[in-house]
Design a protein around this ligand. Structure first.
Ligand code: UT7
Length: 328
């Protein structure tokens, strides 16, 4: 059975930066509040003519360039997103066309902030089954399109961005995918959601007037669940695959709130140096946070061949995921 490895990591964020000082002019907030409660200083925001597929395609192209792989050699594209360009066709179809991945099939995967973990788990299984050789997993979200910039409780948190992993069979013994643990707790669905625009409450003048096409969140409920479940999912995957916390070189967690990350890391007994935190410059980019943080860790030389890397995320749904890889 071929062992999947992450052979390249590509990212893309839009140029425009929205700072905490900019937000102070838009809603009743302060740089001090945002920084101390979340760790965020700024976030990138897409231009009106940039959609999720544009961000996704740029991240995918960057990953392919780094790997020296042509788009025509990609077998499958998984786009993890909650902000697709449209209901249909799938953003994966738009990306396939934009990058010229002529022989790829693919689909969108909707699991919010844990989407990227579900995506790499799926890709790893496709490679292990021998079904596909080269799989592009893209986490891309244009959160600014579903954020209410009059709601200070949510608008300070999110940003736009994309990141991609190219996953293919490892050529070196023992290096690559170790395993994942994924869960859903659907009882938390009402804590973080977009009420209208789907088949339950279709778009109407009334839903627009009631601002129902924006993110609605019970921040404290999500916070408590995220701290507890990030730790639990990490411990479960470590236990399942016989890896001790002290063997983990780096935790690359979803970036929703610096306080969530630090609390979970502390509970796992991981020191600050063994956790990647880059929320300060990007905010919460939903499915894109993990590849953005991985790229940063690689650029800073924090990941070397043979290192055990643990990815973990909790998101709307609630969705939960943790995935272990021995870096190839
Ligand atoms: O990927 C998963 C997505 N989401 C998350 O992970 C979010 C999880 N939740 C959180 O990160 C935190 O709950 C928040 C950052 C959203 C909020 O932090 P908090 O420490 O839980 O604050 P809070 O909701 O308890 O609000 C405390 C106070 C309230 O005022 P009062 O009622 O005490 O007077 C809020 O109205 O802070 C107020 N507040 C703000 N003040 C200034 C809420 N948002 C802001 C703001 N600026 N932007």
């Amino acid at each position: 059975m071929p062992l999947p490895k992450i052979s390249a990591v590509g990212t893309f964020v839009p140029d425009h930066v929205l700072t905490n000082a900019d937000l102070e002019k838009m809603v009743d907030t302060s740089d001090e509040w945002i920084l101390t409660r979340t760790g965020i200083s700024e976030r990138h925001i897409a231009e009106p003519n940039e959609a999720t597929s544009d961000l996704a395609a740029r991240a995918a192209q960057s990953a392919l360039e780094r790997a020296g792989v042509a788009a025509s050699e990609v077998d499958a594209i998984i786009v993890c997103t909650v902000t697709p360009d449209m209901f249909f066709p799938a953003t994966a179809c738009l990306v396939q066309h934009k990058i010229g991945a002529t022989k790829a099939w693919g689909f969108d995967l909707s699991a919010a902030c844990a989407g990227f973990i579900y995506g790499i788990t799926t890709a790893a299984n496709l490679v292990m089954a021998g079904t596909n050789k080269r799989v592009l997993v893209i986490g891309a979200d244009t959160m600014s399109r579903i954020i209410d910039y009059t709601d200070r409780a949510t608008c300070v948190l999110f940003g736009d961005g994309a990141g991609a992993f190219l996953i293919e069979p490892s050529t070196e013994d023992g290096l690559g995918f170790i395993g994942s643990h994924n869960e859903i707790d659907g009882s938390g669905g009402g804590s973080l959601y977009m009420p209208a625009g789907g088949s339950k409450i279709p778009s109407s003048v009334e839903t627009v007037q009631k601002r129902m096409h924006y993110v609605h969140q019970d921040g404290q409920a999500v916070f408590k669940f995220a701290v507890r479940k990030t730790q639990e999912a990490c411990l479960t995957v470590l236990d399942k695959f016989n890896v001790k916390p002290e063997q983990v070189k780096l935790l690359v967690p979803h970036q929703a709130n610096q306080r969530i990350i630090l609390a979970a890391a502390e509970r796992l007994g991981l020191s600050r140096e063994r956790v990647v935190i880059n929320i300060g410059r990007f905010g919460n980019t939903t499915a894109a946070t993990i590849p953005l943080a991985t790229r940063e860790a690689l650029d800073q030389g924090k990941i070397e061949k043979g290192d055990i890397v643990l990815f973990a995320a909790v998101g709307a749904g609630f969705t939960v995921g943790a995935s272990l890889w021995r870096w190839a």
